[in-house]
Design a protein around this ligand. Structure first.
Ligand code: SAH
Length: 213
């Protein structure tokens, strides 16, 4: 039997060993219990460093990837952040600990509703979740200091680039197929966009339009 404390220590150790070293990110990931976002059959495995299935045929990302993306996003306390791909809500909950306000969108209403219920249970009042095709961004709330995309398209969507503030950062997986994707950090300056490749990754696809559930 592993105790709660041991499980937590192993979880944080796995994050560190995969390169998540930012103190604020580690604190946020220690505070937000991934177990709250994994229901049913797979809840036993919530503290393992692996992606797990959630409703609507989607996945909750691997914790170390959540950590690496959050770290690369370099969120500051006053930031307004957009997440495309709410999924379970876990990544948004981590961001809520680091940012002033988090907007998160998913194309499945069911996922957005489930995530909202967990945000309410945990008292995470600085997250606003919408059902929308996030590849268009959220024009009403733009521009954003930080944008994180947790589904992979062929390129960073144009509207998202446009909705990023000057000085802003976007972290987004891109790739031509399910098998070959790279995590990209986009930094916007006065003069344009700078692209940095961070790591090979594997995300579900960024799809157009709303889902059926
Ligand atoms: N960040 C999530 C994991 C996301 S899985 C978590 O922490 O659990 C990717 C999610 O992106 C899926 O839920 C999928 O429905 C969503 N998605 C894919 N294309 C989208 C789009 N165009 N707009 C909004 N959400 C999208």
């Amino acid at each position: 039997m592993t105790s709660e404390a041991e499980r937590k220590m192993q979880f944080l150790f796995a994050l560190r060993s995969k390169g998540v070293t930012d103190k604020r990110v580690l604190e946020a990931m220690e505070k937000i219990d991934r177990g709250a976002f994994v229901r049913g059959l797979f809840s036993e495995r919530a503290y393992e460093d692996m992606p797990l299935p959630i409703a609507c045929g989607q996945t909750i990302s691997q914790p170390s990837i959540v950590g690496i993306m959050t770290q690369a996003l370099d969120v500051r306390p006053r930031d307004k952040v957009l997440e495309v791909g709410t999924g379970s809500g876990y990544q948004a909950a981590i961001l809520s600990q680091l940012a002033r306000r988090v907007y998160t969108v998913d194309r499945f209403r069911r996922l957005v509703d489930q995530a909202q219920t967990i945000f309410d249970e945990l008292g995470l009042t600085n997250i606003t979740a919408f059902t929308a095709d996030g590849s268009h961004g959220l024009a009403d709330q733009a521009p954003f200091d930080r944008i994180i995309v947790t589904a992979a398209g062929e390129d960073p969507p144009g509207p998202l680039l446009a909705q990023l503030k000057i000085g802003g950062i976007m972290v987004v997986p891109v790739g031509q197929s399910d098998a070959v994707q790279s995590l990209i950090k986009v930094s916007r300056s006065e003069t344009g966009y700078d692209y940095q490749e961070l790591a090979p990754v594997r995300f579900v696809p960024l799809l157009e339009g709303l889902g059926q559930e």
